[in-house]
Design a protein around this ligand. Sequence first.
Ligand SMILES: *Cc1c(COP(=O)(O)O)cnc(C)c1O
Length: 481
Amino acid sequence: MELIYEKSVAGRRGVRLPASDVPPAAELPSQYLRSVDTTLPELSELDVVRHFTQLSRRNIGVDSTFYPLGSCTMKYNAKALEEAARLFAPFHPVTPLLPGGERHAQGGLAMLHQMGGFLAEITGMDEVTCQPLAGAHGEMTGIMLIAAYHKAKGNRKKYVIVPDSSHGTNPASAAMVGYEIITIPTAPYGDMDLDAFRAALTDEVAAVMMTCPNTLGLFNPHIKEICDLAHAKGALVYYDGANLNAILGQVRPGDVGFDVVHVNLHKTFGTPHGSGGPGSGPVGVKKELIPFLPVPRVVKAADNRFTLMTDAPQSIGRTANYFGNFGVMAKAYAYILMLGREGLIEVSELAVLNANYVMSRLKDLYELPYDQTCMHECVFSASRQLQHDVHAIDIAKFLIDKGYHPPTVYFPLIVREAIMIEPTETESKETLDAFIAVMREAALLAGTDPDALKKAPLTTPVGRLDETKAAREQNVCYFGC
Ligand SMILES: *Cc1c(COP(=O)(O)O)cnc(C)c1O
């Protein structure tokens, strides 16, 4: 195949090294050479530097702009955390698994053990596994633990209850473990309909999966009652703690009555994520579920040394290679240590304050379907703009032209034309005010010049993509393939 590079000019070179005065080594045997055409572009060093610098500028990230992507907690990740994680670079994941290797891996094992302890304290759980590699993986692990618990007790359970406001991964994870899903509608006040919940709660329910605050950003005042009702029927209660930012240091799911919880280190605990980047979804459990936790577990021996424990006959087994995403944990570990108890409490206070500030400054122009004090995020509807045929997507695209990453749109599914804004605690008032001004401008333009919104974005290399195709049929090849 003839490869075409638009910028390549025959003979153009970057650095020219002087001719070698060392005799050349033997050539690689041909069976080791790739058979594909390896024609490379010919460019000057400056061409290459400019090309890649320009490409990098097309990338939107939290280091370049405000990124209020609701339910994703795109907070700023301090660079010191990367430095701290690098301290663990010599920890090779195989070391503790070799004969006598635990001795050489005490630092890494200590970090894993303490990390579990920190998260247990933060969530009010008795023990935590750090193996799961993402939030959804944590959910699946948690539901597997619940299934193993019921099986060991001889309980016959068939169903998992989820509210219709839940993140799509909740019902998906429960279904993957083999449960049938019962979906409970949201009541007009924004929380799970309690009567419908009571009616659905039978002896055959294995678990109730709750997100609190839910994806509308609302804290359920009946959450303790829901846990008590579930327990009375022999069901366990699962807490989706992907967005712990809202309650960090304020409420502990374990104190409210939850039995299993997962947290997303890559959202709440200062570690970068996005585009499917590395995640970590540790799962905490109450005492009764400890025997089922994944192995190996890091335990502290009598001589204060850390060691790997695999002797757990009821364990669901491994859920990840080695110890999970170690690098992500190392950053989160540094984050927790750097902020300390007071700092973590301040995170949730500022996150909630910022969300309420944005909400109160926009609710005169945008419909707020559930008009209450919110937690870490607020959910508007572009329903008023709809009369001018302006949709949530048009406002999102307009924000791109203004230099912002758009908020989450069309989620949660129960809100028509949803715009879900999560400012996080790391943003200043000036940043929030500038964003609010642009959101207000968009609302006014919807009435005066809707086309200005419908034509956006004008500043990006490509305009409006088929969003479904872009997600489902990704083709990132440079040459047609
Ligand atoms: C992000 C999120 C998840 C899933 O987490 P992943 O790491 O993306 O798998 C689950 N629940 C809620 C509420 C979330 O916001």
